[in-house]
Write a protein that binds this ligand. Structure first.
Ligand code: SF4
Ligand code: SF4
Length: 105
């Protein structure tokens, strides 16, 4: 095969019709305010754990909507509650994380 000096990487497309969203629906049953998230990122900007772990409630909610495993993010959360104070939608993000962690037990 001819070497063109670059490689095509695997597509990162997510088929949302096939993504397993059971855990997201389970979370919404426990924390209905999760559905109001507009992915603004205010929680990410203030997260105490973000700079060393990449933790962000925004990423957690988006990941669940895409059927991804978000447990590595959850384990970094210190439950400090700063994200709850800044959420413009008034989502109780701290409770959301607690409910989600319990759903993995
Ligand atoms: S601050 Fe609230 S609305 Fe904004 S991304 Fe975070 S959880 Fe969603
Ligand atoms: S409660 Fe967790 S997600 Fe929210 S700011 Fe604190 S460490 Fe970050």
């Amino acid at each position: 095969m001819m070497d063109f000096g670059f490689k095509l990487s695997k597509s990162a497309t997510i088929d949302l019709d096939r993504a397993g969203t059971e855990r997201y629906e389970k979370l919404c049953a426990l924390s209905p305010d999760a559905r109001t998230c507009m992915a603004c990122g205010s929680c990410s900007a203030t997260c105490t754990a973000a700079s060393f772990s990449g933790m962000s409630v925004r990423k957690v909610i988006l990941g669940l909507q895409r059927g991804q495993d978000v447990r590595p993010l959850l384990s970094a959360c210190m439950l400090c509650g700063k994200c709850t104070l800044v959420c413009p939608r008034g989502i109780n993000t701290r409770r959301l994380i607690l409910n989600l962690s319990k759903s993995y037990d």
